[in-house]
Design a protein. Sequence first.
Length: 186
Amino acid sequence: MEKNKIIKSNKVDKMRVLIMEEEIEALLNGDLSKFTSFYEKTKRNVYYNIYAILKDYALSEDVLQETYVKFLENLPKLKKGQNALGYLYVISRNLALDTIRKRKNESQEEIYDHMLKQEESHLSNDILDLAERVLKKQEFEIVILHLVNEMPHKEIAKLMHRPLGTILWAYNNALKKLRKEVGLDE
């Protein structure tokens, strides 16, 4: 039964990739009418990629919008057959890291004021909050990329410029921490 589920999931993933490739091809040819569809299919994964770094709902939404603007500006640089979602992840990660660098330059008082004014997002849930609280920053980012964005460990390793073994170790270590925290440790 599990094998059939995996095969069906792989067919759905391949179909999704083919549809996205068609949309990217249209965007590369100047047909911006396909952008809305592309955005709707990718925004959730890109958002969580950003949130894993910033841990701030409102700021992550701002960086999400910046990511797509930058993506459209750099669309002509995207080569045919290049992974557009991977390209979006790289852009979003870089913009999120830039945002952190900029925010470090703000005074502590400004940061505190911003945190007080920040609205609670409907995306917040107990599991994300638990993972964010228990895990180290890099572990949290790896878990989000793998579980929420369904990114393979190999792609995470490329994105984070780390060896695959390091990513696998960090991921498994993060899962052990989460299991222990909820009382499921073995």
